[in-house]
Design a protein around this ligand. Structure first.
Ligand code: ACO
Length: 435
């Protein structure tokens, strides 16, 4: 049996009279990559691959996904098993540290998260500096990078002793910051974390309780929250994770790297799509519910409209997360006794798109964002918080990648090349001589 990662083939690249032998590296799941590390040094040429469609930027042992077969595994464990049996805290540990924790490791990790849930009291003042309509993703990104100012010891990424505590601080405090941002936006008092509550219940309590009356966390909501966070927890080298790695490769501290990842996630083609999906479904509803009209619009090349929550760079068959979330949407809404017309429109839209040649030919399927917003909506989250919830879920994945990179002695600063297409050499012309 070959070793886990091995090279037994070579690809040859011939340019003029130069012949470059490139090792073909096979990963643990049989995927193969041509190693072009010597390309520029030996030939003077660079590889041009816009949007990294063909480029593996790293070797990583965190998450495996097969877009053709719809497989997603964290550290080897299928997402379906984790969704069914794990907790978000346990899954976070798995992603960051590589294995499921034993009793003692889980206890230690959970205790760290519990102990570090408060933010510095002075940070509460930051929230008042934002205008009333501030998008909570902007607030979250600002607050996360600001955390670094309170923990100067964590700014040196080579300080290994600090790494675990910084990781726990971040996973715990981002939850508090997200809930405080929401409370500020609706003018309610901040609700502090409660040590006796589990991770998701604690978050829901900070979000939805008010000091004036008792609040019991609905176990159905806690379960749904747990599921959604697990399903979002990692997705290998997506746009935001690659951003975290890019920033971290300059040895930027964890707070700064994660803040950059949050900004990338905010984009509507990435995590911001969950907000866009609900806004699209609302538009369709307000426009009389004519699903076919919007499917036609999405196909119309003269229009910029796309079916939000549809399509994926990697999944070309189905997104296993979307499959689980669709089932959960039905279950959560029925248990909460909620009838949401947007769910019916979403299903109608999915059926219409999946039987349409345009979507079939291009292998466009619902992605993770298509049904998640319907659950968040039923749980009482406002639309502009959806991407924040995605960030909360994706956090352990980002951290796992940042840590993997920091512990790898071969890591170098990420610095892509380009193919220059601008003007060739020309001279400065004084202002008065310009036409
Ligand atoms: N609606 C209509 N057409 C689409 C859609 C869509 N949602 N997605 C892709 N297409 C079409 C494109 O127009 C293109 O058609 P063409 O070949 O005729 O030019 C073809 O399908 C391929 O699309 P690309 O944009 O080249 O695919 P890419 O891999 O670059 O983009 C992406 C993937 C960004 C997810 C895209 O499918 C999209 O914009 N989807 C909507 C936004 C969305 O849901 N994003 C969330 C993704 S999941 C996540 O990040 C968490």
């Amino acid at each position: 049996m070959p070793p886990a990662i091995y090279t037994d083939k070579h690809a040859a690249l011939g340019i003029s009279d130069i012949r470059l032998d490139c090792p073909v590296i096979t990963g643990t799941e049989g995927e193969q990559a041509i190693d072009v590390a010597q390309l520029r040094a030996r030939t003077g040429l660079v590889a041009l691959d816009p949007a990294f469609v063909n480029t593996a930027a790293v070797k990583s042992s965190i998450t495996f996904l097969d877009g053709e077969l719809g497989i997603l595994r964290y550290r080897g464990i299928p997402i379906e098993e984790l969704a069914d049996r794990s907790s978000f805290v346990e899954t976070s540990y798995l992603l960051v540290y590589g294995d499921l924790p034993n009793h003692e490791q889980l206890h230690r990790f959970s205790t760290l998260l519990t102990r570090h849930s408060l933010i510095h009291e002075d940070m509460k003042n930051f929230f008042t500096g934002f205008p009333p309509g501030a998008h909570p993703m902007a607030v979250l990104a600002s607050m996360v990078v600001s955390l670094g100012t309170y923990y100067p010891d964590s700014l040196n990424v080579d300080n290994r002793a600090q790494m675990d505590i910084t990781i726990a601080r971040l996973i715990s405090k981002v939850r508090t910051i997200a809930a405080f941002a929401y409370k500020k936006s609706i003018g309610q008092p901040f609700v502090y974390p409660q040590n006796h509550l589990r991770y998701c219940a604690n978050f829901l309590n900070m979000m939805f309780s008010v000091p004036a009356e008792p609040y019991e966390v609905d176990p159905e909501l806690e379960k749904a929250m747990n599921l959604l966070l697990i399903l979002h927890a990692d997705h290998e080298q997506n746009c935001s994770t690659s951003t975290v790695r890019m920033v971290g490769s300059a040895k930027a501290n964890l707070f700064a790297s994660i803040s950059a990842g949050i900004c990338a996630l905010w984009g509507p083609l990435h995590g911001g799509a969950n907000q866009e999906v609900i806004e699209m479904l609302e538009n369709i509803r307000d426009d009389g519910g004519n699903v076919k009209k919007y499917v036609a619009l999405a196909k119309d090349k003269a229009s910029t409209f796309r079916l939000m929550g549809f399509g994926h760079r990697v999944y070309k068959n189905f997104d296993p997360r979307a499959k689980l979330i669709k089932v959960a949407a039905d279950r959560v809404l029925s248990r909460l006794g909620i009838k949401d017309p947007l769910l019916d429109i979403a299903k109608e839209l999915e059926d219409a798109a999946l039987s349409d040649d345009y979507f079939i030919e291009r292998k466009l399927y619902p992605n993770v964002d298509f049904y998640s917003g319907i659950i968040y909506r039923a749980m009482g989250f406002p639309t502009n918080m959806f991407t924040v919830l995605f960030a909360l879920g994706r956090l352990p994945g980002w951290i796992a990648h940042w840590r993997e990179m920091m512990l790898d002695p071969t890591t170098k600063i990420a610095r892509p090349r380009q193919l220059y297409t601008g003007p060739t050499h020309r001279h400065y012309v004084p202002l008065e001589e310009r036409g």
